[in-house]
Design a protein around this ligand. Structure first.
Ligand SMILES: [Fe+2]
Length: 188
């Protein structure tokens, strides 16, 4: 486990503030920052008229990467930060399962897609391939079937597609505040 830099996230405003304040690091060898990556994923979900829950899940799916200080080259050192579990740990009591579960499952969804779709595996970026190996590699057939039968698996796969697409350098999209109303409406 890595050291956490934020012990709690007590309000929707605090979540938006965290994204804004700590999202400036580059996103693991991709040509965008973590914040740009999250905003693009949320924008793609919005453009597809997805539910507020899935839009917020897209916005926050990588918030776990903002909660540790292990550096953006952490995967190069053979460390999986389990960022999806960090997000669940800190936000699980504040957001419903329809938001939290796709976040929790978005890494599993990548491992599922790598098993189910060879074309998906073939187009992964080098940094995504490196993290895949740390995350357990493509699912075995029985594991893939179990994953797909679980609740929110389809939402997690949809989120994963936005995650993979959200690496476009210089794309102009709305900022974090655009999602504050959704976040407030879902906050528990
Ligand atoms: Fe991501």
């Amino acid at each position: 486990m890595v050291d956490l830099v934020e012990p709690t996230l007590q309000s929707p405003e605090a979540v938006i503030q965290l994204l804004s304040a700590r999202g400036g690091d580059s996103y693991f060898g991709e040509p965008v920052t973590v914040l740009e990556h999250c905003l693009q994923a949320a924008h793609f979900a919005t453009a597809d008229a997805r539910s507020p829950e899935l839009i917020v899940a897209a916005l926050l799916h990588d918030v776990g990467h903002l909660l540790h200080d292990s550096g953006e080259d952490v995967a190069d050192h053979g460390i999986d930060t389990r960022h999806e579990e960090l997000a669940v740990y800190l936000l699980g009591q504040h957001l419903p399962p329809s938001v939290i579960e796709p976040i929790r499952l978005h890494v599993a969804a990548k491992r599922y897609l790598c098993a189910a779709d060879p074309a998906y595996l073939a187009q992964l970026s080098p940094s995504s391939l490196l993290s895949l190996s740390l995350q357990g590699g493509p699912m075995a057939p029985a594991e893939a079937a179990t994953f797909l039968a679980g609740p929110f698996a389809l939402d997690a796969v949809i989120l994963r597609r936005y995650d993979d697409d959200a690496k476009i350098e210089g794309l102009n999209v709305p900022g974090p505040e655009a999602y504050l109303d959704h976040l407030k409406a879902l906050w528990l």
